[in-house]
Design a protein around this ligand. Structure first.
Ligand code: NAP
Length: 253
């Protein structure tokens, strides 16, 4: 018996990167995992295959977020895969990133970021709540850019919206024993962010920004999400957890 035996989980953006690590970890902890993704069938299939090879259970759901009918498509796939079982854990991880100063951000880019990073999680939660068992878990993946000023302005504001959402929603759904927490990763070396480990010099530079003096990896974030998914976190809600290895805490003397 493992921490999440008998539980079900939906992880958005689970075909690659941090979402994939979260899906692998929740499945290893015993959950049946819905592996959501936008369009990369091969990567999603690989995530499901890795879970199954390790003795876990998973199914994939393809649904691009930020387009008309996105959340309905996602829940059609989820309901099909759950086959009448409740949803215990929701991890809103899928997001779009952007870089650039305010002068270079177009209204179209801004709307797209909000559609994927804010509107989609909001309405995923709305549709998930009736499916969720009392005592369930909602975990939203934010970012350290809500604490540290990096040149990702519009993206940072979408993550700030998620931080606010988590606190207020926690108050609203707490009577059902559902916890809502927000996880803020720092720079994390995914396939898409491979520049962080592109050379020993670059890796050392990124590591030097963290008190723990190494570059974060997706399994670091997945470990925190696994804790917040488990019964051990039952008295924690409305919280924002900085999962950055102490990124930019201050000067190192
Ligand atoms: P990633 O490697 O780029 O993976 C993105 C995942 O989200 C993929 O599964 C992708 O599906 C899916 N996705 C992207 N756009 C989507 C859309 N419009 N609709 C549906 N699914 C979509 O991302 P990541 O770096 O692991 O980031 C995961 C989360 O951590 C995000 O919320 C991000 O903001 C946050 N974060 C990351 C870092 C970091 O350094 N990596 C730091 C702080 C916070 P496909 O494979 O089908 O494209």
């Amino acid at each position: 018996m493992t921490a999440l035996t008998g539980k079900t989980a939906l992880v958005t953006g689970a075909s690659r990167g941090i979402g994939k690590a979260i899906a692998l970890r929740l499945a290893a902890d015993g959950a049946l995992v819905a592996v959501h993704y936008a369009g990369n069938d091969e990567a999603a299939g690989q995530t499901v295959a890795e879970i199954e090879q390790a003795g876990g259970r998973a199914f994939a759901i393809r649904a691009e977020l930020g387009v008309d009918g996105d959340v309905d498509t996602l829940f059609a796939g989820l309901n099909n895969g759950l086959a009448g079982r409740p949803l215990d854990i929701l991890v809103n991880n899928a997001a779009q990133t952007s870089t650039g100063p305010i002068a270079e951000t177009t209204p179209e880019q801004f709307d797209r970021l909000y559609a994927v990073n804010v509107k989609a999680p909001f309405f995923i939660i709305q549709q998930a709540l009736p499916l969720m068992s009392d005592g369930g878990r909602i975990i939203n993946i934010s970012s350290a850019v809500t604490r540290i000023a990096l040149p990702e302005l519009a993206y940072a504001t979408t993550k700030g919206a998620l931080n606010a959402l988590g606190r207020t929603l926690a108050q609203e759904v707490g009577v059902r024993g559902i916890t809502v927490n927000t996880v803020a990763p720092g720079p994390t070396a995914t396939e898409a962010q491979s520049w962080m480990t592109s050379s020993p010099e670059m890796e050392a530079r990124v590591a030097a920004g963290n008190a723990l003096n190494r570059v974060g990896v997706p399994s670091d974030i997945a470990a925190a999400v696994a804790f917040l998914s488990s019964d051990d976190s039952r008295w924690i809600t409305g919280d924002l957890l900085d999962v950055t290895g102490g990124c930019f805490l201050g000067p190192r003397f």
